[in-house]
Write a protein that binds this ligand. Structure first.
Ligand code: GMT
Length: 374
């Protein structure tokens, strides 16, 4: 099949999922055309059958705000027509589903394009609640040929908020468990924890919803009892408040603000606990990647996190903001090596058995085939 994938190129999860999906589809022989305003973060290796189309945004003095949505429509039309695209798969409803719909309407008289929209979270749980966006998102969902959501939580939220009457398939995010596999790194571990301290890690785009300051508060509680180190990977609006809090608590020497990193497997492979205390999280892809590397996850029991982390098996979930309980869970794991090893292998097992790329990507292929045969 010839598949067009529209996504954000940024560090966030939806762009990562879209890119990994496209790469795997290309490895299976499909032709995959990525359309975005920049090269997606993870599209950093050559893969046969993968093509990238850059959306140029016209700079006209009259326009105070760039017209990305419309520029995207034009690029989609161009790519669909000349690359003979069968399926257009857009990731994140705003503005991609709208651009896809408009392009489809313009092409309709001489081209039948199938439109798939995958919802990733904040397009529904945050933007979807904006009165100005609600009718647009509802309309573009109703005019998608198929809709998928990355978790049951997000599917229920979408039905609750939009009630489109259209079926929503749940196709969870996935991880390449062959790539995200723990491997010993004595040198790196010694460098980070010279006195064999325990290592915590958090990976995100440091947006407010991630509650990075809670990560530091949990770490601070544990560090009082067990000498530990904390790796903070990523960057965003809450990095400075987090750095300030670390200094206020006097624990800045135990914390490494690494910023954005691309090689996550090395860092995950030396980590003992992954922290994800988000206040909004429709799936939590970073938690799944950690589990695949055998890292137990401690997070908040909100959104899709409980669908990824199995409480008291592969980690723990606690009430939003309950940093004391999260710290208690972490101590339970770190003070009992046998328990930690059980949780670590459970986490890996769950990733392999439920969320591996080879299990999930075929679900998208089945959906595409159903559309083309309908
Ligand atoms: O998590 C973010 O802030 C980025 C956001 C995005 O739109 O890329 O991630 C969303 O999509 C990811 C991939 O499906 C999910 O794993 C994240 O849980 C989801 N984020 C939220 O719902 C806040």
């Amino acid at each position: 099949m010839k598949i067009g994938i529209v996504c954000y190129p940024t560090y966030g999860g939806s762009g990562i999922v879209a890119t990994e999906l496209g790469l795997e589809l290309a490895r299976k022989g499909h032709h995959v055309h990525f359309i975005s305003y920049a090269l997606p973060t993870r599209l950093n290796t050559f893969q046969d059958n993968v093509f990238f189309h850059d959306v140029e945004i016209p700079n006209y003095p009259l326009f105070e705000f760039h017209l990305y949505t419309l520029a995207l429509v034009g690029k989609i039309i161009d790519v669909v027509k000349y690359e003979k695209i069968d399926i257009l798969h857009v990731h994140y409803a705003i503005p991609h589903a709208v651009s896809g719909y408009l392009a489809n309407q313009i092409l309709q008289k001489d081209y039948s394009l199938k439109l798939v929209t995958t919802l990733h979270g904040t397009d529904i749980t945050l933007l979807g609640l904006e009165p100005g966006f609600h009718p647009i998102i509802k309309f573009s969902l109703e005019h998608s040929d198929r809709i998928t959501a990355v978790s049951s939580f997000l599917r229920e939220k979408t039905i609750q908020h939009f009630n489109t009457g259209k079926e929503i398939d749940v196709i969870p995010n996935f991880v390449n468990t062959s790539l995200y596999n723990r491997f010993a790194q004595p040198g790196l571990k010694k460098n980070i924890a010279p006195n064999d301290e325990k290592i915590f890690i958090h990976i995100s785009n440091f947006r407010t919803v991630k509650r990075v300051c809670d990560v530091i508060k949990v770490f601070n509680e544990v560090n009082k009892q067990i000498p530990s180190k904390l790796l903070l990977v990523g960057d965003g609006p809450d990095r400075i408040p987090a750095e300030n809090l670390a200094r206020e608590l006097g624990i800045q020497n135990h914390i490494k603000f690494l910023g954005k990193q691309t090689s996550l497997v090395e860092l995950l492979s030396v980590s003992d606990v992954f922290l994800l205390p988000s206040q909004s999280e429709s799936f939590g892809l970073s938690a799944l990647e950690a589990m695949s590397c055998g890292v137990p996850v401690i997070g908040s029991n909100i959104g899709g996190i409980p669908e990824v982390v199995e409480h008291n098996e592969t980690g723990f979930v606690a009430e939003l903001g309950d940093v004391k309980r999260m710290a208690k869970y972490a101590l339970e794991l770190l003070q009992n090596s046998k328990k930690w090893h059980i949780f670590s292998s459970n986490a890996r097992k769950r990733a392999v058995e439920l969320f591996d790329t080879n299990l999930i990507v075929p679900k998208y292929e089945t959906l595409y085939n159903e559309l083309l045969n309908s």
